[in-house]
Design a protein around this ligand. Structure first.
Ligand code: EPU
Length: 421
């Protein structure tokens, strides 16, 4: 497995173009299952997770090809509604095919995703919603088998116990072909949910309220294929913002708006960075000292859990103590012990990490267990003295489009080292 090697100390400067959003691309690709014909999706990031999703679509009976930021998905004829363990275990987001399959085939057999590095992550809310729409749910041999008597779901009023992101997406996809009207209350409000609704409406669905916590869906009989360019990745952008602030750099992030990142921008400003709208993007200028600030992760529009690890790196160099509380996932502090090995001073107590700012981090060999933790270790490597080797780069490749290739032209000393070197 490859490593990323960074020699710290650079001040990042220049322009970086933000890629398409991973967490928008994945449900959109899954939603292609809802209509026969040829779909074209543009601005699709070049990621391992996208590759896994295209493999899964092929396994289900679609044709899916990624080439230069474009994915063409074509469907004709019947689907095999089984999402096998070997693909689901590689990517939890494989569960996003559940809603489209149930809507399309009246049946789905999807391997249970199980636990993952950042928590247990059950899918009970997805299943509760499908049951409310008339599906029968059975758990057997590690698979969830969902069957719709009569073949077509019926509209229903669903109240989620928690605004689950992929759960809302699955239920939206399930409801678009249901008979009658579905409402999803306490729905997730993430921009990617809004984007999926935009895509589904473009395909002929009738969804209102996406982006708020009350979504209403009027079922239709059939959808048609579309050509669509995917929104930029707010988390990739946020990661570069933190990198600019942490290295006291000056970066222009091209192609991303302010709105999806407001909670992160507020915190970056509190930490002393200057963040301004400029043309078709955002400029971030880092400064010293870095001020401590407390963060609590929340579902959107709160501070995103997907930015928690990266922001912690910034706080590790703050002048003073900050508290970072993770409320979305129960086990998303795996980066802390690695950051402490680099000289950070962070203590975790239950869901809160207390970060005592230090003067400097030191390069080390580190290993990450999830995607955002990997990104945080790369950012830590940028500001550390000496060389940092980030192991298990596999995680980074799941969700960052050519991260090291984007950082190098900005002044970072960074390279990919093949696994056996
Ligand atoms: N939860 C339940 N039951 C459910 C669904 C969720 O208890 O039926 C719990 C989870 O265990 C977790 C919390 O609710 O503690 C939040 O889970 P959610 O379902 O909202 O997360 P997700 O849909 O599985 C998506 C993103 C994650 C992101 C979270 C939160 C995709 C493909 N994944 O996951 O992205 O962290 O929402 O915003 O959209 C990442 O990109 O690194 C990543 C992990």
């Amino acid at each position: 497995m490859d490593n990323i090697r960074i020699v710290g100390g650079a001040t990042l400067a220049g322009t970086v173009r933000i890629s398409g959003s991973k967490n928008a691309a994945l449900p959109i690709l899954a939603a292609a299952l809802l209509a026969d014909g040829e779909h074209v999706f543009r601005n699709v990031p070049n990621l391992r997770d996208v590759d896994t999703m295209t493999k899964l679509l092929e396994r289900l009976g679609a044709n899916a090809v990624y080439r230069d930021g474009r994915v063409e998905v074509s469907l004709s004829g019947s689907l095999d509604p089984t999402a096998p363990y070997d693909l689901v275990k590689q990517m939890r987001a494989s569960v996003l095919v559940l809603g489209p399959l149930v809507a399309r085939c009246g049946r789905a057999i999807v391997s249970l995703p199980g636990g993952c590095a950042i928590g247990a992550r059950p899918i009970d809310q997805h299943l509760k919603g499908l049951s409310a729409m008339g599906a029968e749910v059975e758990l057997t041999h590690g698979y969830v088998e969902v069957t719709v008597p009569g073949g077509r779901l019926r509209g229903s009023d669903i109240a989620l116990d928690f605004p689950t992101h992929t759960g809302t997406e699955n239920l939206m996809c399930a409801a678009v072909l249901a008979k009658g009207r579905t409402t999803i209350n306490n729905a997730a409000r993430e921009p990617e949910v809004e984007e999926l609704a935009r895509v589904l409406n473009k395909m002929g669905a009738r969804i209102e309220g996406a982006g708020t916590s009350a979504i209403a869906i009027e079922g239709v009989d059939a959808l048609h294929p579309i050509d669509h360019a995917i929104i930029p990745d707010r988390i990739e952008a946020g990661t570069f913002m933190v990198a600019a602030a942490a290295t006291a750099g000056n970066l222009f992030l091209e192609g991303i708006g302010f709105e999806p990142l407001e909670a992160v921008i507020v915190k970056l400003r509190e930490a002393g960075a200057t963040v301004e709208r400029e043309g078709n993007g955002i400029r971030v200028v880092g400064a010293r000292p870095i001020y401590p600030t407390d963060v609590i992760t929340q579902p959107h529009p709160g501070f995103p859990t997907d930015m928690q690890a990266q922001f912690m790196v910034l706080m590790s160099l703050a002048e003073g103590t900050s508290r970072i509380t993770e409320t979305v996932f129960e086990n998303r502090f795996m980066h802390v012990s690695e950051l402490n090995r680099m000289g950070a001073n962070i203590q975790v107590n239950a869901r809160t990490a207390t970060v005592h700012g230090v003067k400097r981090l030191e390069g080390a060999e580190v290993m990450a267990t999830d995607l955002r933790a990997s990104a945080s270790l790369v950012v830590a490597g940028l500001i550390a003295e000496g060389t940092t080797d980030v192991r298990r780069v596999y995680h980074l490749d799941r969700g960052y489009d050519q991260f090291e290739m984007k950082l190098a032209p900005l002044g970072a000393t960074i390279e990919r080292v093949p696994g056996n070197a």
